[in-house]
Write a protein that binds this ligand. Structure first.
Ligand SMILES: Nc1ncnc2c1ncn2[C@@H]1O[C@H](COP(=O)(O)OP(=O)(O)OP(=O)(O)O)[C@@H](O)[C@H]1O
Ligand SMILES: [Mg+2]
Length: 315
């Protein structure tokens, strides 16, 4: 058999819920063994995409090939080979962490000797071993989320879907989950990870797609996507009179080192300028109004999103 180049190929995949076009024609090629990010704001269609690709939902139209299998026809074969960590917690509160994992392992038909050892290894890697025998309803939100992630990987699937696995976690737990996820990639699994955190998408993904209103607006490596914005820094600030935003952008753009300006809504403006930090005082002189809450940053995926949509990813 020909060696698979892509773990997933989608063809004009759509999901409509009556008049809501949750996913509106997605074409993706996800290389085998990669960690692929799906980044987008609330309601963009990330979970719906994951739910279609992981056989939880049927598409309205379009199709996909998953690990060489047809998404519409070979659902059983696909189910056997994938792991899904849904956005909502699916743990049994009256079972302990260990029992929750064992239950899932039994459902997958994994022999007891194998799953017992594997469970303890996984619990250890998620820093949950010392609480492994407490009822999961007594866990903190972060502990429940880490358990939710563990339960999706006990059968060591070739393809893993993580839907916002780090939502609500503190930075330290987030790091633990990131390391955990990366470890699966090292074992040659393909990983699809949705997030609305651009730091997460940037740090973890080999490549990512940005979706908005059910459509892909850009796909590439984090470096490619940020590189498309050029060399300037982004200077974001607030002004007291929101009606001045467009005038201020125009005034700033009269400076030759200011490459572009965007109105971010409310009182916010972002300018892209070469040599950003050193030249703030010149910008202040040019715009002739008080700028406050000023931040300067190199291009982030947030700026890619702003450039493409005129909106912030985080509202
Ligand atoms: N079962 C459903 N019935 C009706 N509408 C739905 C259903 N599931 C999702 N939607 C709608 O589809 C759109 C996309 O939802 P989806 O959950 O895929 O977004 P998301 O990108 O995962 O957002 P979030 O970041 O908030 O998780 C939303 O407008 C949502 O209300
Ligand atoms: Mg979602």
């Amino acid at each position: 058999m020909k060696k698979l180049e892509y773990a997933i190929e989608t063809h004009n995949l759509k999901k409509y819920f009556d008049e809501i076009h949750a996913v509106d024609g997605i074409d993706l090629k996800i290389p085998k063994g990669s960690l692929f990010g799906v980044l987008g704001p609330n309601g963009a269609g990330k979970s719906t995409t994951i739910r279609m690709l992981s056989t939880i939902l049927y598409p309205t139209s379009g199709n996909a090939t998953i690990l060489g299998y047809d998404l519409l026809k070979d659902r059983k074969e696909i189910k056997k080979r994938i792991g899904v960590c849904p956005q909502e917690l699916v743990i049994y509160p009256r079972l302990t962490a260990r029992e929750n994992i064992h239950l899932i392992a039994q459902m997958h038909g994994i022999p007891k000797t194998v799953y017992k050892e594997r469970t303890d290894e996984l619990l250890g890697r998620m820093n949950l071993l010392d609480r492994a025998d407490s009822l999961s309803k007594t866990y903190s939100g972060g502990m429940k989320r880490r358990l939710n992630v563990l339960m999706s990987v006990i059968h060591e699937p070739e393809l893993l879907f993580f839907d916002e696995p780090t939502a609500g976690l503190d930075p330290q737990s987030r790091r633990v989950v990131w390391d955990f996820i990366k470890n699966f990639q090292e074992r040659n699994s393909t990983i699809i990870l949705t997030t609305h955190s651009m730091e997460e998408a940037d740090d973890l993904s080999d490549a990512l797609t940005i979706i908005d209103h059910g459509k892909i607006i850009a796909t590439g490596t984090p470096q490619d996507l940020k590189g498309r914005l050029g060399e300037g820094d982004n200077i974001e600030f607030k002004i007291s009179n929101p009606e001045m935003r467009l005038d201020i952008i125009e005034r700033a753009r009269s400076l030759d080192f200011v490459r572009s300006g965007k109105n971010l809504g409310k009182q916010r403006v972002v300018l892209n300028a070469l040599g950003g930090l050193r030249r703030i005082s010149e910008i202040m002189d040019a715009v002739k109004v008080e700028m406050y809450d000023i931040s300067v940053r190199a291009n982030t995926l947030e700026d890619v999103f702003i450039d493409l949509t005129g909106r912030r990813l985080r509202s």
